[in-house]
Design a protein. Structure first.
Length: 400
């Protein structure tokens, strides 16, 4: 009986949230808590989560609409089941094996390097033991940060480290790259902060961004921004969810790759990347299979775009206005002439997801579909939470 009562407490809490003075149709923390518990029963402090979801939208100056609330709720449920710093079963064992394999690839030094890491800073509290005991991404992150700081002190480079001069390299080798309740890209969060400062970030400030991502409010703030704070041009929300997993405009670019494949006769992976990128997600000079296929399509259909102009246009592939480039418009027009059908604007990228955190086979497409189902379930309830007549849920959900 006690267990049954305890399981009802989160739901009961949502029924006693003050709403006096609220305008009709304005979502309150208790309303969002109801949507959360409808999606995933038993979430502790659902009202607190609801308040932070609303704060994340307001702090990012995004409309506090049912669509935006449900999009955030759906992603949080998919990524962490409403856990600000989720545990990963067997994480320590997986991480230790990965470290062993990476060090073993170093000629002559590999095994000795691992043994050395198991002795510093002390044999009782070595970095290997911290890795082995890790249960969450934050545990691994803190172990790596401590190792970096220990190495900097030992080599008298700690002053330069504190200034942030090594942060690009430090971040590149930190394997914990997506964290928190929404599994936000750390690179995205740090780039967001750099863009709002008048001076370079220090090493401590860079770590502070990571620390905020592990908090409920911080994870929601950056995750909401990554998910919603950009125009897409999509007709359905599912493609925005695909972007969240694969990178902004990946769904649009995956469809474009399909168009290029049809025009060129070259089979292409629809991964949403038209160019090649380094670990810092900066474009390299490599000519990708997609760019080669584009050159073939341009020549075959007499589109009058030289290689230099093509490269200039492709450098805008991660921007909204790529669709305004000559390459984008000319290729789509050629597709329509060749097929007598409108070219698709967005498609689910064909990316196989691989990670220690993923236990079953998952692709970007299956991720987006799963989030979209959660979003639809949330919207079906959200549309009834008003004094206006109940609206019929559409068969697909537009990207409002």
């Amino acid at each position: 009986m006690r267990r049954r009562i305890a399981s009802l407490l989160p739901l009961a809490a949502t029924l006693f949230v003050p709403v006096a003075g609220a305008r009709a149709g304005e979502l309150q923390p208790g309303d969002v808590a109801r949507l959360i518990l409808n999606e995933r029963g038993g979430v502790p402090d659902a009202v607190g989560w609801g308040e932070d979801v609303l704060n994340a939208l307001a702090d990012n100056k995004l409309p506090v609409t049912r669509e935006n609330v449900c999009a955030v709720v759906a992603v949080v449920s998919q990524e962490s089941a409403f856990n600000a710093n989720p545990t990963v079963p067997g994480l320590g064992r997986i991480a230790e094996r990965a470290v062993r394999e990476k060090l073993a690839a170093i000629p002559l030094l590999g095994g000795k390097a691992f043994d050395y890491l198991d002795t510093i800073p002390t044999p009782r509290n070595s970095f290997v033991k911290r890795i082995r005991a890790a249960k969450t991404e934050r545990d691994l992150d803190l172990a790596y940060r401590a190792l970096v700081e220990h190495a900097a002190r030992s080599s008298s480079l700690d002053g330069l480290l504190r200034l942030g001069l090594f942060d690009k390299t430090v971040e590149e080798y930190n394997q914990v790259s997506t964290v928190g309740s929404m599994q936000v890209s750390v690179a995205f969060a740090q780039e967001t902060e750099r863009g709002e400062r008048w001076r370079p970030m220090t090493h401590a400030e860079s770590n502070e961004v990571r620390d905020r991502l592990y908090s409920r409010r911080g994870g929601l703030y950056y995750g909401t921004r990554q998910l919603l704070d950009y125009k897409t041009g999509y007709a359905q929300k599912i493609f925005r969810f695909a972007d969240y997993n694969a990178g902004r405009f990946a769904a649009r670019n995956a469809a474009f790759q399909g168009v290029v494949a049809r025009l060129s006769g070259v089979k292409l992976a629809t991964d949403g990347d038209l160019l090649a990128y380094n670990k810092a997600r900066e474009p390299t000079g490599e000519i990708t299979r997609t760019e080669k296929a584009l050159r073939t399509a341009i020549a075959r259909h007499s589109l009058d775009i030289d290689d230099a102009a093509l490269r200039r246009d492709l450098l805008r592939e991660k921007q909204f206005d790529f669709m305004q480039t000559r390459t984008f418009r000319a290729v789509r027009a050629a597709y329509q002439r060749a097929t007598h059908a409108a070219p698709p604007f967005a498609a689910l990228p064909g990316i196989q997801l691989k990670s220690a955190k993923i236990k079953s086979r998952m692709t970007t497409g299956s991720f987006a579909q799963s989030v979209n189902r959660r979003y639809g379930k949330c919207m079906s309830l959200a549309l009834t939470m008003d004094q206006k007549p109940v609206l019929k849920a559409p068969s697909f959900w537009p990207d409002w």
